[in-house]
Ligand binder design. Structure first.
Ligand code: NAD
Length: 256
């Protein structure tokens, strides 16, 4: 009985940035729990690679190629998912970009806007679009991917724009949670530490990793599946009393 709460059979889950990294691990976790998974990614090749990876593990998934910063396209996507499946039960707003390395005083408007558009504005576009359908059904769980960078300032890499965007995601999560709590829709977030994905492999100088590990109580980076299991918990009924929370999965990073 108890573990029934972790099952998601018959439910529909949408994962943005679901083609690789943390998003793909979330797709795997949700599919394994029984959900029908919808992968959303702006890169067709990445979305298809994600679908093929899931298929290799026995899980079917549909893909939608879409830039989440296009709010009208996000609205159309939500309509299409509900039209096709008759429901949407979970949204994982995971798509994000890093672009680290620019000192605050050198940040061009374009860089600030690019990062905040994907990491923050688009999280709102997705919450709003899917939230509308969930509110109508009086049922749904949204999980936004924030970051420990929403709590601390990373070093040695410079990334004001990223840190600010993630802090905004955490507060957006609490704000939406409060508005929607009595209408059946829960909104939570996860704040990961450094996770081994393309983002951390490509966004920083490899020498930064030494500093990161020294700053991490557990002394290691995380793996995508270690975030996916937290996301699954927040997306399923096991977390039915939780809304507005940002759960740190940070290897103790924010303790120091
Ligand atoms: P990743 O770069 O491996 O994957 C991100 C995915 O999002 C890619 O498939 C990419 O194509 C997609 N994407 C990017 N912009 C998009 C857009 N505008 N529209 C649609 N899809 C888009 O990154 P990741 O490490 O898996 O990161 C996933 C999330 O986790 C991000 O929000 C990131 O900020 C957050 N995060 C990552 C780490 C880390 O250390 N990797 C730590 C904390 C938080």
């Amino acid at each position: 009985m108890f573990f029934e709460k972790f099952r998601m059979d018959g439910r529909v889950a949408v994962v943005t940035g679901g083609g690789r990294g943390i998003g793909l691990a979330c797709c795997e976790a949700l599919a394994e729990a029984g959900a029908t998974v919808v992968i959303v990614d702006r890169e067709a090749a990445i979305a298809e690679a994600g679908r093929a990876t899931l298929a290799g593990k026995g899980h079917a998934a549909e893909t939608h190629v879409l830039d989440v910063t296009d709010s009208a396209a996000v609205d159309r996507l939500a309509e299409a998912v509900v039209a096709r499946h008759g429901r949407v039960d979970a949204l994982v707003a995971n798509a994000g970009i890093a672009r680290t390395g620019t000192a605050a005083e050198e940040v061009a408007d374009e860089l600030w806007l690019d990062v905040n558009n994907v990491n923050y504005n688009a999280v709102f576009w997705c919450n709003r679009a899917f939230g509308r359908h969930m509110l109508k059904a009086r049922r749904g769980a949204i999980v936004n991917i924030g970051s420990m960078s929403g709590y601390i300032v990373n070093r040695p890499q410079l990334q004001t724009y990223y840190n600010a965007s993630k802090a905004a995601v955490h507060h957006l999560t609490a704000s939406l949670a409060a508005e929607w709590a009595d209408r059946g829709v829960r909104v939570n977030a996860v704040a990961p530490t450094y996770i081994e994905t393309e983002m951390t492999r490509t966004a920083v100088d490899p020498s930064a990793v030494e500093v990161w590990l020294r700053d991490t109580p557990m002394g290691r980076m995380g793996q995508p599946h270690e975030i996916a299991s937290v996301v699954h918990f927040l997306a399923c009924d096991a977390s039915s009393l939780m809304t507005g929370a940002t759960v740190k999965a940070d290897a103790g990073f924010t303790c120091w």
